[in-house]
Design a protein around this ligand. Sequence first.
Ligand SMILES: [Fe+2]
Length: 234
Amino acid sequence: MIDIHCHILPGIDDGSSSLEESLAMADIAVADGIRTIVATPHIKGEVHLPQFLQQQVMKLNEVLTKRNYPLQILVGADVSAMLPPQEIARYTINGSNYFLLEFPHSHLPKQASQMVFNMCMAGLRPIITHPERNPSIIREPELLFSLVDSGCLVQVTAGSLTGNFGADSRDCAGYLLKMGQVHFLASDAHSATHRRPVLSEGVSAAAAIIGDQAAQKLVTSNPAAVLSGRSLNG
Ligand SMILES: [Fe+2]
């Protein structure tokens, strides 16, 4: 499986706090059947340079290789919607035109459609992160449908489907799946203890709603297309 959203780089954001914790997260991911992780630190106002992130990914890969982990880390970012498109273009996933788009956790901005339109016009492919945890979308999921119509893809957090973020997020995630509005499941893991890099439980929960084959695609062929910059259907 491929996890396209994971805060596994040590000491960069509110994710892993140390190399030890990153390795503990890697242990959990490997045991769960994850073989590729996109490292996605938060990129907001205080920006880490893309070159710095690449170096950090390289360092972690070196340690993993030395210790024979069957796990590869690729570079990405969890990009704030407030960043201008020219800045976002520096923080895409594995050099593709896909990137993780994080809206404020409290609401969906009124100008979300316009923002997304501008990003698409700049040649970028936004992947909206965890809409099922956004109160505006929980109240009115159709807000998300119109963003998907404008060219966005959608990543649901695996733990939402198993109730880790409460009943509202679980129900919203299930509804979005049923309505065909979900393209990826990812862990959005922040640690080795409370928000862990585990996908399989979410995949099982998704399979109960949309069937096993469709659920598997959310963690295999769909993210694989992103990593190689292909369209999901191509
Ligand atoms: Fe995140």
